[in-house]
Design a binder for this molecule. Sequence first.
Ligand code: SF4
Length: 102
Amino acid sequence: MKSSSRRTFMLTLAATGAAVSATGAFAEARLDEKDPQAAALGYVADSAKADAKRFPKHDNAQLCNGCALWQSKPTDTTGNCALFPGKPVSAKGWCSAWAKKA
Ligand code: SF4
């Protein structure tokens, strides 16, 4: 491979990788509110949309990124939850298993 074609190849590879990364093609699928386990726990990607009738003790200040089961950085917009391995949850989400981070 000539130097110029190797350079072109590397640039193409970098551009393709950036495009794939930008579309999230390699990212794990976010937890769907309709996922059976998520629905059973009343998970919502926006804590403010939690079902107040079903969960009267819910508070809008309770967010996934403040939950003891949140396993990512507090500043991440999506993160891992111990209850939903492989299905990232929204930092601003909530479910009925919410427990205040110590
Ligand atoms: Fe969010 Fe905590 Fe429920 Fe996981 S257990 S979905 S981090 S509220």
